[in-house]
Structures are given as structure tokens and as C-alpha cells.
Write a new protein. Structure first.
Length: 271
């Protein structure tokens, strides 16, 4: 039996019930078609004995179809507003994912299912998976979709992202070089959150490129093995003392399900 949410029957359960009701409607519609064919055959060959019984049978089948459709229509009384408004959708999605051995984590205003970020759009009755709108919201279907995306290589290009980070990083460092004798080597350490602010300076850019997306991309870059810019600077992600202050770090849940914190970034000239 499907679990119930705070708003009543789960979405999975409500959809399963309506699916069964729709199956009954399809069966009743097939009966109407069969009765209508018998009536047509009787008229085609002039079997007057079968005409009235065929009409009665078709009428009865049509009445049954109307009743089955009314049942299906009345059966869909799911309170969608309450379901999305009280967080039941996210809870049911995560519970379903857990049953199907798929990891989903809440991260700021997103759901993270490596390597995808999911944003719930209650007013649209949809979700966004990596900015692509998805209207198939049945929890088992949606989790299966996320699971299939995990089997594909991430659509992430580390080289352009690394160059963009380097361009933003350069705004914080002395032109023509890096500090030497630094705690983390020859490259100055800049907070990643400061780099993110440079990347999203234009109005509306934080909506187009959210902090969770930035954190995910940093992690994917870190895992990619791409470490040098075109100019030969090597990137690193020093931990530093800033990790003691949550407000100064970005966090990501790794593919293995562990939390990973990032604080700073540094680029070091080729030695």
C-alpha cells in the first residue's frame, strides 16, 4: 500500500488509482466498440432479429462507459496545492528514491541527485532538471529518469569552466603575477564565493546560475582531472581556515553521498 502524505494519499497512490480507473474506461470503451460492430453487422446483412438486441446492448455499453468515466473523473480529487505547498512532494520523492537506491539530497533551494540539480516548480506542476523542464512528476517515473541520467557522462565541459574561473580569479590578484610565499604556495588564495560573485555580477545572473549549480560545477571540475589553463596555470582548491565558517564555504554532496566543502581557489604558474 502506498504511504500517505500530510495532505492525504500519496501522489504515487493517487496516480495508480486513476491509472486503474482509466484502464476500466478503456475496457468499457472497447465494449462499446464491440457492441457497435455487432449492430453494424446486423444492419449490413439485414439480420432484423438482431437489430434491436444490438441497439440495446450498445446502449447498455455506452451507459457503462459513461459511469466508468464519471468514476475516473470523480476519483481524481488530489489536492495538488496542499501537496506541493506543505513539502509532501519533496518528501515522497526522496522516500521513493531511497526505496529505489537512488540518492537525492536537499541543497539550498534545489534537490541534488548526482550529477543533476532539480528545482521544483509548483505553479507549473513541473520540475527543472538541469534547467530542462520535466512534467512527468510521478515519483517512481521521476526517480527512474534521474537514475538513467546518472548512467550518462555529465554534460559538463571542464576546460571552458576552468578558463572562466581563471578570468574571474585574475580580478583579485595583482596584474602580471601571483603573490609568492603564500600559505598555499605561489598562488594567491581567493574565496570561491567571491569568484562566484564575479561570475554573476549582471542582474538576474544568480537566478540563471545558482550557488548550487556553481558548487556542483566546482566538484565536477575537481573530479575531471583537468587542472591547467591554456596559459599553463595550475588550479587548486585550498581548504584553509575558512571552512570553519559555513557562510564562507560552498558545499556539495559527492557521488558517494559524503558532504564535501570548498573554500578557496588558487592558480599557480608553471614551475
Amino acid at each position: 500500500m502506498e504511504a500517505e502524505t500530510d495532505g492525504g494519499l500519496s501522489l504515487e497512490g493517487a496516480l495508480a488509482k486513476t491509472q486503474a480507473d482509466a484502464d476500466a474506461v478503456i475496457k468499457a470503451a472497447a465494449a462499446v466498440g464491440s457492441a457497435a460492430k455487432k449492430l453494424r453487422i446486423a444492419a449490413q446483412v439485414g439480420n432484423l432479429r438482431e437489430m434491436r438486441p444490438s441497439i440495446a446492448a450498445a446502449e447498455q455499453a455506452i451507459a457503462a462507459l459513461r459511469q466508468q468515466f464519471a468514476n475516473a473523473k470523480d476519483g481524481w480529487d488530489f489536492d495538488e496545492d496542499a501537496y506541493f505547498g506543505n513539502g509532501s512532494f519533496v518528501r515522497e520523492l526522496r522516500d521513493t528514491a531511497e526505496r529505489l537506491n537512488v540518492r537525492i539530497y536537499e541543497q539550498d533551494d534545489r534537490l541534488y541527485c548526482y550529477p543533476s540539480l532539480v528545482r521544483v516548480l509548483p505553479n507549473d506542476r513541473a520540475v527543472e532538471i538541469d534547467k530542462k523542464k520535466e512534467r512527468r512528476l510521478r515519483p517512481t517515473v521521476l526517480v527512474d529518469r534521474l537514475k538513467s541520467l546518472q548512467k550518462r557522462p555529465p554534460r559538463f565541459r571542464p576546460e571552458p569552466f576552468l578558463e572562466a574561473l581563471f578570468d574571474a580569479y585574475e580580478t583579485f590578484t595583482p596584474k602580471g603575477g601571483r603573490k609568492s610565499g603564500d600559505l598555499f604556495g605561489s598562488g594567491s588564495v581567493v574565496k570561491l564565493l567571491d569568484v562566484y560573485r564575479i561570475l554573476t555580477l549582471l542582474p538576474g545572473q544568480t537566478r540563471e546560475y545558482s550557488r548550487p549549480e556553481f558548487a556542483r560545477d566546482i566538484y565536477l571540475l575537481d573530479q575531471s582531472g583537468v587542472t591547467r589553463t591554456k596559459a599553463g596555470y595550475a588550479v587548486s582548491f585550498p581548504v584553509g581556515t575558512g571552512t570553519k565558517t559555513p557562510a564562507s564555504t560552498i558545499r556539495i554532496v559527492t557521488q558517494e553521498g559524503r558532504e564535501k566543502l570548498y573554500y578557496g581557489i588558487a592558480f599557480t604558474e608553471r614551475g
